[in-house]
Ligand binder design. Structure first.
Ligand SMILES: CC(C)(COP(=O)(O)OP(=O)(O)OC[C@H]1O[C@@H](n2cnc3c(N)ncnc32)[C@H](O)[C@@H]1OP(=O)(O)O)[C@@H](O)C(=O)NCCC(=O)NCCS
Length: 177
């Protein structure tokens, strides 16, 4: 059952930004000396939770992880920056994008190495879903991610067995164009 928060309002996407920087230490690596994928997932989960919390100021839990791609290896000693921002909120759930950058130690130039999409749900003291504020996208990137969030949500719910493909109107529209 969904409980309604007392004070509901909108939140700008920029207000949900959460950033953290990590150094890859020996304990974080696999046999090849590259960052262990599970460690990166944990870092992304943590910063995504901070972003989701900034959006709703409630306790948040991870409900689904979608579209994690490990494009290039991150090496021992690398400086890694993770940026998380809510791309869209629904009733109790929020979609969060995490962009991961690796910093060149000599030039300081940051190159994007990974991207992931996490879904969180705000819960009350009993662990029941609770309403979250509406998200307002402002920049072009925020609007683009906001616009795609509904079809990603539908895909995630179908994969989780929580939505019938016939009900996924946004996804259907994508294929009929
Ligand atoms: C998250 C949780 C509170 C949801 O409770 P629930 O009774 O299943 O609630 P619902 O099915 O109504 O889902 C709640 C919201 O999550 C969304 N959701 C559920 N599964 C989803 C999925 N696979 N992908 C995207 N969104 C999903 C629903 O669409 C709903 O969103 P809305 O309120 O914005 O419309 C409950 O499943 C839970 O406690 N899970 C464990 C969370 C946890 O421990 N995470 C850490 C993992 S170790």
């Amino acid at each position: 059952m969904l409980h309604t928060a007392c004070i509901m309002k909108t939140k700008r996407a920029a207000e949900t930004l959460a950033v953290t920087t990590k150094v890859v230490l020996p304990n974080d690596t696999n046999q090849l000396g590259n960052l262990f994928g599970g460690q990166l997932l944990a870092w992304m989960d943590e910063i995504a939770a901070v972003s989701a919390h900034r959006h709703c100021r409630r306790v948040v839990v991870t409900v689904a992880i979608n579209n994690v791609a490990f494009k290039s290896p991150i090496k021992l000693g690398d400086i890694v920056t993770l940026e998380a921002k809510v791309s869209r909120s629904f009733t109790s759930s929020m979609e969060i994008f995490i962009d991961v950058f690796v910093e060149d130690r000599i030039t300081g130039v940051k190159t994007k190495s990974n991207e992931a999409i996490y879904n969180f749900v705000a819960v009350d003291q009993n662990g029941s879903p609770i309403e979250v504020p509406e998200l307002v996208p402002e920049s072009d990137d925020e609007k683009k991610r906001y616009d795609g969030a509904l079809r990603r949500r539908q895909l995630s719910l179908i994969i989780a067995g929580k939505m019938k493909p016939d009900d996924a109107t946004e996804l259907k529209a994508l294929f009929s164009h």
